[in-house]
Design a protein around this ligand. Sequence first.
Ligand code: AHG
Ligand code: MN
Ligand code: MN
Length: 371
Amino acid sequence: MPTKNRSTLTQFLIEERRKHPDASGDLNALILNVAMACKAIAKAVALGDLGDVLGDHVAGGGAGQSASVNVQGETQKKLDVLSNELFMRMNEWSGHLAGMASEEMELPIDIPAGFPRGKYLLVFDPLDGSSNIDVNVTVGSIFGVLRRPGAVDASDGPPTIADYLQPGSAQVAAGYALYGPTTMLVLSVGTGVFGFTLDPNLGEFMLTHPNIRVPEQTQEFAINASNSRFWEAPVRRYVDECLAGKTGPRGKDFNMRWIASMVAEAHRIMMRGGVFMYPRDTKDPTKAGRLRLMYEANPIGFLIEQAGGRASTGEFPMLGIQPRELHQRIGLVFGSKAEVERIEEYHRNPAAVKNNSPLFAARSLFLSDAP
Ligand code: AHG
Ligand code: MN
Ligand code: MN
């Protein structure tokens, strides 16, 4: 098939950098290493069972042993562990990173002896949507880049955990890779959002989606409705009003989607709008939400806002949240700006919820006896 004259990721990054003559090029090199890790993960994902990469990861691989569990208390899939290894190996050597933090590692990852340290910190979820691996549904990787705080010298020791605990607004770049029908890399270095599709013949990411903008108008929402009995009142109100459709307060019908790969939902929302919610709920009072602030909510929040959408905890702008812990969980709501603002308004004004929502009580479609 004829190909258009498209930029490669490398060309795009070099041209972006030319706009900043003072830039060292370290960030570009770092992003290219992340892209390399994503290409290697895409290969492994695409082989599936042929590559012996499906199923749970068993430490030591011994028969009769149970699957390994990460710091989140979640069973690790083989591909979680492999993707984490690939991210570490492709990024540790470059001299651009002072350290890394991963969903799969309790503590930050030091740069191994023999390699220089640089000025950036890389945070990542090596494989998002693990529950979808074994059923051949789109998964992805998510990453954010932060500057190591303070003066940075190659002789400095490893960064502390506190160095990583920066709000999402401090990210200098963020992106995600999607391992779906095509492999894509969607990236922002703070100048908008750009999508690249992997050309499998060239092994290169090609710019296919310049200047992605989250569409403003939407009639689609995504939430795991099996948690509806645990939702807080503002979330229930929002969903009820969507479900009420044309004859309800929103005056239009909504569609619902749930892929269970947040990264794939983020991409759908980038392409055709909508809202994603994994809100704080009452399911487990020890957890502020399901998703993790540092390497899920913040990078996706950065991208969504760069594309003109909005990312929030439901109450507060996501990118302003000061993290307390590396693996902190948080309620996450993102997507088309007006929808997210509406949900924030419902949180700000809970007293109005019952009065304003005719569907809230007896006729609530998901739950009728809400507190
Ligand atoms: P991970 O695979 O990195 O642990 O993240 C999975 C997340 C997210 O991608 C998705 O939206 C959510 O978990 C799905 O949760 P449910 O199983 O509650 O649907
Ligand atoms: Mn994840
Ligand atoms: Mn993951």
